[in-house]
Design a protein around this ligand. Sequence first.
Ligand code: FES
Length: 142
Amino acid sequence: MYSEKVMDHFNNPRNTGDMENPDGIGHVGNPVCGDIMELYIKVKDDIITDAKFKTFGCGAAIATSSMVTEMVKGKSLADALKISNKAVAEALGGLPAIKMHCSVLAEEALSSAIDDYLKKNPTRNTDALRKLHKTPHHEETE
Ligand code: FES
């Protein structure tokens, strides 16, 4: 049912735990299942230099949050905002259709962390970033 990569990131999640003095904190929850995800980022010169997460949720939510923290490191804020839940699921070798909604949590946690950073650093919030924030791009089914 799950790909090897999903099982790997579920059994050995990368970048878990607290981050000291994060520049942005994302906090999201799935109202249907009640799962919760927190994602922390460090940002320097509009580049995400580090990312960590804590997920209280299902295996797919843990695997996708682990993968998204790997994917964002070294990316600009603009490129990070373009990461869709589908891209995260694909990087994991796919997710069963009924678990695609779990990957939405990872995309939203990242977006929420970037949002928090931009609220704390309004001078970094460009029109282009505002536009990206307003463009929902997640897909719940494959
Ligand atoms: S079942 Fe809740 S995020 Fe997966």
